[in-house]
Design a protein around this ligand. Structure first.
Ligand code: URA
Length: 437
């Protein structure tokens, strides 16, 4: 078999066999197939798509590319959650501690930033000392001991996704249903949880721009989960506006911690409570109403915040930063981005907002780029707010004038100000389970 023939097949819009998919995945993971050939295949898949059978074969091939976790040593129903990616999406750092504080073990494997979206692992690494690369034994023993562990693709877990994810990030091949479904579900299957909650984002800041695309992605991932013997459910949630106010790594750790203290933005807190309740329900902790009450209690009582501190400490992070958020280093330039005219904030192009945050230093443009953990955006105004000309809409955190100017130019395309108050949109559109919508 030759990689060039596999690329040719997809270029001609034909379907790939399981053997061809395994050949490409294993060859790339093993280093025999170079980046340029895999990039060409990814772009052919991006442009010409994959059918559900190819998507499932790709998922299983990636899941089998490395070790598979056996979490049977952890007591209770292990629930994992994964977001399809958004701007300002720091929910894992809030939901994990809430769910763990309710007695449900959270053994979660997360990713790095992808395209215009941030990744939990990059965010966690902005806490000095926080170790995201734990050996599988440590992952299991920490979850057993304190009920929660947050890791990256450590050891030899889904090495195929690790490599393909990094390549997609810099080759404009992210927002494709088959590539997203296989990336997420391969990690979830290999990470070994019994149940999986998917937060499928839709809107201007999501990879799936319409509710229909998001529903199709959710259904595909639920089917893959079900076939792999994992109880899987999905919420379809709004990403037409950044979630919360902070975008950027350390800025998001700060906001997640504030939310656990009960001082976070309303949209973020509401979504986190709903997602946490859905995870508790998947774990069999009770009805939707019981689980909502349980999640709320864990947050209000401060038990979730205590769990977060425990996790930070257990993974080597300096918990002084969580106790005193002012310890996080600040960017050299912290400057307002101002409204060009008076009116209502009518529309956010949230993807452009995410790109502006990357331009400030919060994301990568090449695989080798390093992230400036301090960089990003803190929104002062959200959709529907009235602003006067010249009033600050957001604070930009960066390290150079040039980055500030480039990001400001990008932000001009991200914000629409008009005379009309926009129609409010729901935070959660739908819940899908194996049984249907
Ligand atoms: N999250 C992932 O892990 N992979 C994707 O492709 C998108 C979001």
């Amino acid at each position: 078999m030759r990689m060039i023939d596999i690329i040719e097949t997809k270029k001609r819009k034909e379907t790939l066999s399981k053997e061809q998919i395994d050949f490409a995945v294993n060859g790339y993971t093993g280093g025999e197939i170079p980046d340029y050939q895999m990039s060409a295949l990814l772009m052919a898949v991006y442009l010409n798509g994959m059918n559900p059978r190819e998507t499932r074969d790709l998922t299983l091939s990636m899941a089998a590319s490395g070790d598979q976790m056996d979490l049977s040593g952890i007591k209770g129903v292990k629930v994992d959650k994964h977001s399809t990616g958004g701007v300002g999406d720091k929910t894992s750092m809030v939901i994990g501690p809430i769910v763990a504080a309710c007695g449900v073990p959270v053994a979660k494997m997360s990713g790095r930033g992808l395209g215009h979206t941030g990744g939990t692992i990059d965010k966690l690494e902005s806490i000095p000392g926080f170790e995201t690369m734990l050996a599988p034994e440590q992952f299991i023993s920490q979850t057993n001991k304190i009920g929660m562990c947050l890791v990256g693709q450590t050891g030899n877990l889904t090495p195929a996704d690790k490599k393909i994810y990094a390549l997609r990030d810099v080759t404009a091949t992210v927002d494709n249903l088959s590539l997203i479904a296989s990336s997420i579900m391969s990690k979830k299957i290999a990470a070994g949880a019994d149940a999986i909650l998917l937060d499928v984002k839709t809107g201007s800041g999501a990879f799936m721009k319409t509710k229909e695309e998001a529903a199709a992605l959710a259904k595909e991932m639920i089917t893959i989960g079900k076939n792999a013997g994992r109880k899987t459910a999905a919420l379809i949630t709004n990403m037409d506006v950044p979630l919360g106010n902070a975008i950027g790594n350390a800025l998001e750790v700060i906001e997640a911690t504030q939310t656990l203290r009960g001082e976070g933005p309303h949209d973020l807190e509401t979504l986190c409570l709903e997602l946490a309740a859905a995870m508790l329900e998947l774990a069999g902790k009770g009805t939707e109403t019981d689980c909502r009450a349980m999640a709320q209690e864990a947050l209000t009582s401060g038990r979730a915040l205590e769990k977060w501190k425990e996790v930070v400490k257990a993974q080597g992070g300096d918990s002084a930063y969580i106790e005193d958020l002012s310890l996080f280093p600040k960017a050299e330039i912290i400057r307002p981005y101002r409204a060009a005219r008076s009116g209502y904030l009518d529309r956010f192009d949230t993807e452009a907002c995410g790109i502006a945050a990357c331009m400030l230093g919060a994301g990568r443009e090449t695989k080798e780029d390093t992230i400036d953990f301090r960089a990003g955006i803190v929104l002062l105004k959200k959709l529907g707010d009235y602003v006067e000309e010249g009033e600050p809409i957001a604070m930009f955190h960066t390290s150079s004038e040039q980055q500030f100017l480039e990001a400001s130019r990008k932000m001009e395309t991200a914000v629409t100000i008009s005379g009309q108050v926009p129609q409010p949109k729901p935070l959660i559109y739908a819940k899908l389970t194996e049984a249907g919508l």
